[in-house]
Design a binder for this molecule. Structure first.
Ligand code: CFM
Length: 541
């Protein structure tokens, strides 16, 4: 931990100093200081643009965002990868999205469904194989829905997956739909989120006819039950008497998606991956959305209060206060024990499109400062706040993704609040359709870096020397070899849940252990140890 004031501009210059001029110029636009508490304008950051070729990026592909992230966690949809077996295999059970098989027992998450395209299919077309695979999945499992995902080669050979889906839907009498989410379709997995949002909206949401009972009915958008997070959120909401119709898409069923339009409020957890559905449901059904965050005990309490304020119901407000009062003592006990050991320590986080922001709450509760953070694939609104959206230029890459034309539903559009009510809520701090980005929350002496490269990761650790680094599996071992504890924030290593009240305590304990263990600083790479280096000679005859 350095005690001298941090000059973020100098650090930025040092980060890009060794890059070729053109690359340095581009990367400079993706590195900005925080603006929290400074009263200064939020700086513009470059985001959601192509990665510089040759740079080792953290990003994944569009298929990963569509199949792996958004639709993958739904337990009773058969998610079928149309492509060579590698795409299906490497997205098979890698995300720790847990599920409860429920009373019907339908749970296809442990399976890997793929059409296993080969050279022959690439040459002659894979559509027959796709129909056969859909039929086989249906014969074996009788699912309520089948969703098809195209991979890069499918886009190149031009298989019409949508017509195959339509034909099979007619033949089988169940929902069958396809996603044109070839890996290269966007600049990152973010494009895949948007594609999945569109297809769920077109084919599933609102197709249920049975009204859902409940006084306070909500959906939770952008929560994927990694390490059991959704289970903990479900526990809290139930305790508050709030009816959760659908979670998109952790621990979810296709039936719950169908009935999601019966909710009176959409709460958005991961804004990046599901904000499109939130917007479209507002337009089509008149359901407002608010941003929530269940990562952090205080953030959880705040989110519950926001939901209660939205419903303007004293009974719910009292119940929420009671739940918070019941849950907080355990949090306070844990903090009292752990915080003296974590206070003043520092962290860095480079993950996805929402966690690098959300987890600042949890580090804050431990008295730790986040020196530097960034997203892999977020857009400017995730950094600068939702108000910037109208200023974002639509480039050729974004134009690749369909913008659905959604209109008010002729019979089911019903505004849940009047404009006056929404104004009154805003005055109470509950603004609909709003999200403050990450930059405004980080202090002026911290740095925000979009789509950080491997080189920049190593360099920033060398310069700022945090006590812990959070990212994913691709970074993990390199960082540990640098003598630093490394926490995976995608899959939580084997930990979690970290959401809600119980989750916060799990987090305090895990971080305490990690930042106070000396194990990584005691390890030495072979070239750091004294004594002769191992040498070998190469003998060729
Ligand atoms: Fe949303 Fe996610 Fe994230 Fe994300 Fe992801 Fe994830 Fe993530 Mo890994 S949906 S943006 S595409 S919160 S898989 S559950 S951890 S990169 S920060």
């Amino acid at each position: 931990m350095s005690s001298k004031p941090i000059n973020v501009e100098e650090i930025k210059q040092e980060l890009i100093a060794k890059m070729p001029t053109k690359v340095a110029r581009k990367r400079a636009k993706a590195i900005v200081p925080g603006a929290g508490g400074s009263g200064e304008a939020i700086p513009e950051i470059q985001a959601n643009v192509r990665t510089v070729p040759g740079i080792i990026t953290q990003r994944g592909c569009t298929y990963a965002g569509c199949k792996g992230v958004v639709l993958g966690p739904s337990r009773d949809i058969v998610n079928l990868t149309h492509g060579p077996i590698g795409c299906g295999f490497y997205s098979w059970l890698t995300r720790r999205n847990e599920t409860d098989a429920g009373p019907d027992g339908d749970n296809f998450i442990p399976y890997c469904f793929s059409t296993d395209l080969t050279e022959h299919d690439i040459v002659f077309g894979g559509m027959k194989k796709l129909s056969a695979a859909i039929q086989e999945a249906y014969d074996n499992f009788h699912p309520k829905a089948i969703s098809v995902f195209s991979t890069c080669p499918v886009g190149l050979i031009g298989d019409d997956i949508h017509s195959v889906a339509r034909q099979m839907q007619e033949k089988l009498g169940i929902t069958v739909f396809a996603n044109s989410c070839e890996g290269y379709r966007g600049v990152s997995q973010s494009a895949g989120h948007h594609i999945a949002n569109n297809q769920i909206m077109k084919h599933i949401i609102g197709t249920g006819e049975t009204p859902v009972e409940g006084k306070y009915k909500i959906n939770l958008l952008g929560e994927y039950n990694i390490g059991g997070d959704a289970f903990e959120i479900e526990r809290i909401l139930k305790k508050c008497g709030i009816t959760l119709i659908a979670t998109f898409s952790g621990n979810s069923t296709v039936e719950s998606f169908r009935e999601a339009h019966f909710a009176d409020l959409n709460t958005v957890m991961c804004h990046r991956s599901l904000n499109y559905v939130a917007e479209m449901m507002e337009t089509k059904f008149g359901i407002p959305w608010i941003k929530v965050n269940f990562i952090g005990a205080h953030a959880t309490a705040k989110s519950l209060r926001r939901i209660a304020t939205y419903f303007e119901d004293q009974e719910l407000m009292d119940r929420v206060e009671q739940v918070i009062a019941e849950e907080m003592p355990a949090i306070e006990t844990a903090i009292k024990d752990i915080r003296p050991r974590t206070e003043g320590k520092t962290a860095m986080m480079f993950v996805g499109g929402s966690r690098a922001h959300h987890y600042q709450e949890l580090f804050g509760e431990l008295g730790m400062k986040v020196l530097c953070a960034g997203y892999e694939f977020a857009h400017r609104d995730d950094y600068e706040g939702r108000q910037v959206m109208s200023k974002i230029k639509v480039d050729a890459d974004s134009r690749n993704i369909e913008e659905l034309e959604v209109v008010q539903d002729a019979t089911r559009y019903k505004p849940r609040k009047t404009p006056e009510q929404l104004e009154a809520l805003k005055a109470k701090g509950v603004e609909v359709k709003d999200y403050d980005g990450m930059i405004g929350q980080m202090s002026k002496d911290s740095l925000i870096i979009d789509d950080i490269s491997q080189y920049e990761t190593e360099k920033i650790i060398e310069i700022m020397k945090p006590d812990i680094f959070c990212a994913g599996i691709k970074e993990k071992y390199i960082i540990q070899k640098m003598g630093m504890p490394m926490k995976q924030l995608h899959n939580y290593d084997i930990g979690g849940p970290y959401a809600g009240f119980v989750g916060a305590i799990n987090w305090y304990r895990d971080i305490d252990r990690m930042v106070n263990s000396k194990i990584w600083s005691l390890t030495k790479a072979p070239w750091q140890s004294e004594g002769p280096e191992l040498e070998a000679s190469y003998v060729a005859e």
